[in-house]
Write a protein of this length. Structure first.
Lengths: 149, 499
């Protein structure tokens, strides 16, 4: 756990430095006329100080709990669901909502252990069509149609 | 408008078909969210926010508020019958509620919990009805320094109350505040931190961040754990009535929990969760038989379950009267108002009375609906736990993603959603509390605007925050919040060394 916490602190510190560096690029203005860079410089300083103090705290005090990361099948399920969501984002504008949703729902149902194939296929189509009906037809959100256009 | 007139007006708003459906719908969804382990009220509100955009502002808020307080009712069911808290505010109920179930008193625990929640919700509403208009009237005299001080107190007090290490909370706060600065500066119209990406000019929306941190992260946790269908303690309807002795032991904790919970709700932080721990401790210290706690004491169910309901009502006071959310769920309700273009703050009551009084009246109706939904229909709710997780996850995932896209029809929101989801999963693993990120993201723009307005107003004189009585007092309270805990720890250490 300690390594993970320290890793996060270091990433936060790097992001904080980057943010602060970018914040200094904006006009700070004066105390009576604060500019767009005035407040971000405070926020950046807070990020940097908080991450440094967090690093020191984690170096001085070892973590009480052990980090338990998913392994084996558990990791497989997490990665598959993540891959499904990423695939949806990448495919949405090309394949459209319906086909992308079919893909992500099928991946989830399959990796989460739904064994019956007719059930898997039926539910995949029902959930994807249901989401299309709710958002596109009922709520009038124009979802991308992609190649189905 | 007096409180009574306001309430009657609220009922006239609330009794339209659309609003009644919103109350009932919100109560049902809230109970469902409470029953199902995983998606909590924040994730559920974020999930449904896009759906409510087509509704009128009052209907939208009535429904989303119903989800918020409804989840407090539903959370106890799984805590008592399965020993799995449906949401964080029901963790304490597991301790004695499940022990009662094992002893064959599940019905009594469920009944006391439902009745306690109803009483607490109703009492909390009476207090809300009187407190919120008073506070709003008082807040009309507030200027930018006062709002800046309140927002600052909200942020830093939250970091002190959550129980997470101080610097970790500060990091989360900084992270949320930094995200809030992305986009067009509202005063100078300069683009900040957009890296020439046009879509970033409108800023990073709150909803995909919350949906990711709470919704997608939760889906990933469920995918990892993928437990089977839980073992549920069966309860028959005729067993739902507590004995006279059980009722007698419950009244005190219910009323104490209601008062305690309401005032916890006024304090920044996850009040619904913390109020349950406070109530449990209080009841244990007052009990003649403290040894029974942990073995199935009915007081340990009645008090905390009343407290979390009253806290959810109390949290509506700063939200409706000042337009400042002190908890992530309240932040989501504020987001619902902002999306609809409703001006928030102390003028909400006078300018949009249909929203303020409509929501309050809906909460009275919602509490009655929830009592009916949760008391005799307990079997229906527990049967939902038998639905395979694969199906639930698939539905939640698709709705979350389409919902995030629907807000601005923006692919960037989807990218933010997935990124925050993965980040949220990692944060769960390292026990990093994400609540300050959400509150900072909501309060960040207000904090910056009010800081700059205060400095413009005072011509750069920083003492404006300390010399004005209200902002000065709030800053003093903030100082106590920040200094007192480490000082107290130091004193205790010194005392221990001496002894």
């Amino acid at each position: 756990m300690r390594r993970a916490l320290l890793g996060m602190d270091v990433v936060a510190l790097l992001l904080g430095i980057l943010y602060l560096w970018a914040a200094f690029g904006y006009d700070r203005g004066t105390l009576d006329q604060p500019g767009p860079g005035f407040y971000p410089q405070f926020v950046g300083t807070l990020l940097v100080i908080a991450s440094i103090c967090s690093i020191v705290t984690h170096l001085l005090r070892p973590a009480q709990r052990k980090l338990v990361l998913p392994k084996g099948r558990d990791l497989g399920r997490v990665l598959s669901v993540t891959a499904g969501t990423v695939a949806y984002v990448i495919l949405l504008n090309y394949a459209g909502h319906l086909l992308s949703a079919i893909l992500v729902v099928f991946i989830v149902l399959h990796t989460m252990g739904l064994s019956s194939w007719p059930m898997k296929i039926g539910l995949t189509i029902a959930i994807a069509l249901g989401s299309y009906y709710l958002f596109d037809i009922v709520l009038k959100v124009s979802l991308p149609r992609g190649i189905l256009q | 408008m007096s409180s009574l007139d306001g309430l009657l007006y609220g009922f006239s708003v609330c009794l339209s078909v659309n609003n009644l459906l919103a109350v009932i719908g919100g109560s049902i969804i809230g109970t469902l969210v409470g029953v199902l382990p995983g998606i909590g009220p924040v994730g559920a509100i974020a999930l449904l926010l896009p759906i409510t955009m087509g509704m009128s502002p009052e209907t939208s808020l009535i429904m989303l508020a119903g989800i918020y307080y409804g989840s407090m009712y539903g959370g106890s069911t799984t805590s008592i019958l399965v020993n799995v808290p449906g949401e964080a505010a029901s963790v304490v109920t597991c301790i004695d509620g499940y022990q009662m179930a094992k002893k064959g008193r599940a019905g009594a625990a469920l009944a006391v919990s439902a009745v306690g929640s109803f009483i607490a919700g109703t009492l909390g509403l009476v207090l809300l009805m009187f407190f919120a208009p008073l506070l709003a009237e008082y807040a009309l005299s507030f200027g930018p320094p006062e709002y800046f001080a309140i927002a600052l107190l909200g942020l830093f007090a939250l970091s002190r109350i959550t129980g997470a290490p101080f610097w970790q909370s500060m990091l989360a706060l900084g992270f949320g505040l930094a995200i809030a600065t992305v986009g067009l500066d509202s005063i100078s119209f300069v683009q900040r931190f957009t890296f020439h990406i046009i879509e970033l000019a409108q800023g990073i929306d709150l909803v995909p961040v919350v949906m990711g941190l709470f919704g997608i992260a939760e889906v990933l946790v469920i995918a990892e754990e993928s437990s089977g269908i839980p073992e549920i303690v069966k309860t028959r309807f005729r067993e739902l009535f507590p004995t006279r002795k059980e009722w007698r032991r419950s009244w005190g904790p219910i009323f104490r929990g209601s008062a305690l919970g309401f005032f916890w709700g006024l304090i920044p932080g996850p009040s619904t969760v913390l109020s349950t721990f406070a109530s449990y401790k209080l009841e244990k210290s007052l009990s003649k038989n403290p040894d029974e706690f942990g073995q199935g004491a009915i007081e340990a169910v009645a008090g905390p379950e009343s407290a979390n309901n009253a806290a959810s009502t109390g949290a509506m006071v700063p939200l409706l009267s000042l337009g400042i959310p002190f908890a992530p769920a309240a932040a989501m309700l504020l987001a619902a108002l902002l999306i609809q273009g409703v001006p928030t703050g102390p003028l909400l009551i006078s300018q949009r009375p249909e929203i303020f009084w409509g929501v309050i009246a809906s909460m009275y109706i919602g509490n009655v609906a929830l009592l009916i939904l949760n008391f005799p229909l307990v079997g229906v709710w527990t049967s939902i736990l038998k639905i395979p997780q694969a199906i639930l996850i698939a539905i939640i995932l698709v709705l979350t993603m389409v919902g995030a896209y629907a807000i601005n029809n923006s692919l960037l929101d989807l990218v933010v959603l997935v990124f925050m989801g993965i980040l949220g999963f990692f944060f769960r693993k390292i026990n990093f509390d994400v609540a300050p990120i959400v509150v900072a993201l909501v309060l960040g723009p207000m904090l910056e605007t009010k800081l700059r307005e205060s400095l413009y107003m005072s011509r750069g004189d920083v003492s404006v925050f300390f010399t004005r009585p209200i902002s000065g007092a709030i800053i003093a309270i903030l100082g106590i919040f920040l200094v007192a805990p480490p000082l107290w720890a130091l004193i205790r250490k010194l005392r221990q060394r001496r002894t």
